[in-house]
Design a protein around this ligand. Sequence first.
Ligand SMILES: [Ca+2]
Length: 186
Amino acid sequence: MKTLKLLSFMTMIIEVHWSFISAIVNANICSESLSFHSGRVKFIDFLRTFRLRTCTLSEELFGFLDVEKNGSITFKQFLYGSAHVMKRPLFQQSCELAFAQCDTRGHNQISEQELGDTIRHAIPDFDEDEIHELFSIFDMDGDGSVSKDNFLCCLRRNPLLISLFKPCLVHKDSSQVGQGILEEIV
Ligand SMILES: [Ca+2]
């Protein structure tokens, strides 16, 4: 009996570790665009990678990763931060809710205008060029609109970007699905 309990416990531990490793591997995909040549990435490079600008949200996001608060992050911190966000129980629901909030016309596709309107809740002075740059990250097949597949795939590769949708999730979701995950991020 004791052996069975021990086996069951060990299986659980292995499963937890395996799911965490899987999350890291998935989050790893976007790390190729972050330059970790020097072993650390500064805030300015982080902004460039995610097509963001200096604002409260991006500072909070970087601060979340920069655990020693020394103005730069390591590859490991980036991966663990991304994996941590993606492993949150409500991550998938938050992504789907964010898509629904962006898809204001109900076409099951998001236009650049719709993405821009939503993102400006988080970063009000984001200009057209910046919206275009960000849109190109989400439009993974480059056909000029963001399908639900594009959107969810992009957020699985770049889990930290879910924080861009925090305002629309918090304001419009009375079930607090979005807030539950996002308040841990930023
Ligand atoms: Ca597309």
